[in-house]
Design a protein around this ligand. Structure first.
Ligand code: NAP
Length: 293
């Protein structure tokens, strides 16, 4: 299936490369055009000059942009070029209600829409090993399988439109609790004077381990938080979780406390760092200790 990719950010550029390796990528579009030109040159594919042009030259479109209104803007740009039986697949993390809204909008044009948010971080995107949570019409999911399988290792259909985003929100709540726990534990271990790299190696195989411990505790040990999953993006996801929980009449303590800590980090100018920078706040709980080296 001729596939176009929209949104060449930290995740999207790698996902587009995965589609290229599978022989599926026709071309790319990015809001900041330079990124599309550079990737098209690297992959020898097309750099479309507009979303409408991309839609008019592809059978499927994969989108990975920041948030709900960004996705709406991309869909509006694609719309004039879309034709019946095309498939639009959104891998961004947005609200389940937004996914249902866009499913209805594209269904009216005869275009299939899947919400297929991903988990696995930049590493998962680079190695095409993402977990992909899919909501939408099952026949559309079946047709989209080659594209999904090219980007992820674990792809699951979870139900009607919005189910993928609900699953992703579930995951983001877990990530909030885990990154807080890993940050707190690492600040404690540092205060105890433990050899952090050896500790990570060991505890990474223990019962308290997790993807975040294995992959992000090393960032904490070295007090360096290069772009991975931005604080402001996870904050955006947790606001989605907050809104979805509120519809059930619930307020979630893990979500609220993580949002409060992310607000602090954003105010301090760390909103574009990886979420492991929560360690900055956790290590400040141990004021008497020197900064880690
Ligand atoms: P990112 O590096 O900030 O990239 C965002 C991309 O969206 C860029 O290509 C940006 O274009 C584009 N974009 C933003 N607003 C747009 C708009 N209004 N119109 C058109 N394009 C727009 O973000 P990311 O880390 O790749 O994340 C992308 C999505 O995946 C987010 O929903 C995020 O929550 C989700 N996600 C991220 C991770 C992770 O570990 N990073 C993991 C799982 C899921 P420009 O280049 O012009 O800015």
């Amino acid at each position: 299936m001729q596939t176009g990719f929209v949104g060449l950010g930290a995740m999207g550029a790698h996902m587009a490369r995965s589609l290229h390796r599978a022989g599926l990528l026709t071309g790319v579009w990015n809001r900041t055009a330079d990124k599309a030109t550079a990737l098209a040159k690297e992959l020898r594919c097309l750099a479309f000059t507009s979303l409408t042009e991309l839609a008019g030259n592809c059978e499927a479109v994969v989108i990975c942009v920041s948030a709900d209104d960004d996705l709406r803007a991309v869909i509006a740009g694609l719309e004039p070029g879309l034709s019946p039986n095309m498939i639009v697949m959104d891998c961004s993390t947005v609200g389940a209600a937004t996914a249902r809204e866009l499913h209805t909008r594209l269904d009216a044009l005869g275009v299939g829409f899947l919400d297929c948010p991903v988990s696995g971080g930049v590493e998962g995107a680079r190695t095409a090993s993402l977990a992909i949570m899919v909501g939408g019409d099952e026949p559309v999911f079946s047709r989209a399988q080659p594209i999904l399988q090219a980007m992820g290792k674990n792809v699951a259909y979870l139900g009607a439109s919005g189910a993928g985003q609900a699953a992703k929100a579930t995951n983001q709540i877990m990530c909030a609790g885990i990154i807080q726990a890993v940050g707190e534990a690492m600040a404690f271990a540092h205060a105890e004077g433990l050899p952090l790299d050896r500790l990570i190696e060991l505890l990474g195989k223990g019962a308290g381990s997790s993807w975040y411990f294995v992959n992000r505790a090393p960032f904490m040990a070295h007090n360096s938080f290069p772009a991975g999953f931005r604080v402001r993006l996870h904050a955006k996801d947790l606001r989605i979780c907050r809104d979805m929980a509120a519809q059930h009449g619930a307020q979630l303590p893990v979500v609220e406390s993580t949002l409060a800590q992310y607000a602090q980090l954003i105010n301090q100018g760390f909103g574009d760092e990886d979420i492991s920078s929560i360690y900055r706040l956790k290590s400040a709980l141990f004021p008497a200790k020197p900064e880690p080296t």
